[in-house]
Write a protein that binds this ligand. Structure first.
Ligand SMILES: C[S@@+](CC[C@H](N)C(=O)[O-])C[C@H]1O[C@@H](n2cnc3c(N)ncnc32)[C@H](O)[C@@H]1O
Length: 239
């Protein structure tokens, strides 16, 4: 079992409380951040791709905090949650017992080239650096040609991010990745980064400044960032 699996098996029941201990400093709830990320992805899919009614994977879904937003905002035909923590998946399954969402520990049942969109948020800083490439290669394999990866991460260059993470017990062993590392690794996995945007510049008490965030988003100064990448439509030569 990897370190993240044991950390999050232990933390699963208290996941929401532990997260709130950190993000409450922003004045916002966990749902606020999920909504914002998924809306950004929905807008990207609508304006930059022909992907509609996608099959979506939430990679590192935890207890399923983004599941409903992914289903509704992306108008997804299917949402599958994957996590290495079996306890997190058990709680997610329990939480959405009457719904058609699918869940997997590890993802061995996901067929190659079967997904339109992979969403992953706050996961890669919990993966050992040597394992990050392996996970991105798996994501590459699962995406259809033309499919989209939306990778959201904490920004190591923002001091507030470190302050928030220092208050969250499950983040104590985390190692943040810079947007450069993320883009480099995504490219090495065979995907093409399309867009990198910095997110969440202002806490709730300064929310009147948030209309400036789209203008600031090219600067790597927000609390988080996203890299949107696509799998090329062309098959690699030799196939
Ligand atoms: C901080 S939580 C984020 C959960 C969820 N994405 C959210 O935003 O609420 C990180 C999650 O990533 C999962 N994780 C870490 N490494 C993983 C891996 N290699 N494969 C799948 N899940 C992983 C952990 O078990 C944990 O549930």
């Amino acid at each position: 079992m990897n370190t993240s699996a044991s950390t999050f098996d232990l933390a699963a029941r208290e996941y929401s409380q532990q997260l709130d201990q950190g993000i409450s400093l922003s004045g916002e709830s966990a749902d606020f951040f999920v909504e914002h990320r998924v809306r950004l992805l929905a807008t990207y899919l609508q304006t930059h791709t022909e992907i509609r009614r996608p099959r979506v994977l939430d990679f590192g879904c935890g207890i399923g905090n983004a599941t409903e937003a992914l289903k509704e905002q992306l108008d997804a035909c299917e949402v599958m949650g994957l996590d290495c923590s079996s306890e997190s998946i058990r709680l997610a399954q329990q939480r959405f017992a009457n719904s058609a969402y699918r869940w997997t520990v590890g993802g061995s049942e996901i067929a190659p080239s079967s997904l339109d969109v992979v969403y992953t948020s706050g996961v890669f800083h919990h993966i050992e650096p040597a394992q990050r490439q392996v996970e991105l290669s798996r994501i590459f394999q699962w995406l259809k040609p033309g499919g989209v990866l939306a990778l959201f991460e904490n920004n190591p260059w923002n001091p507030a991010t470190h302050w928030v993470m220092s208050r969250i017990p499950f983040d104590h062993d985390a190692q943040c990745l810079s947007p450069w590392e993320t883009r480099r690794r995504i490219s090495q996995a065979g995907l093409t980064p399309q867009l990198t945007r910095s997110l969440f510049f202002f806490p709730r008490c300064l929310r009147y400044l948030r209309p400036l965030e789209p203008l600031l988003s090219p600067l790597p100064m927000g609390a988080q960032y996203v890299v949107l990448a696509r799998r090329s439509r062309d098959l690699p030569s030799g196939n």
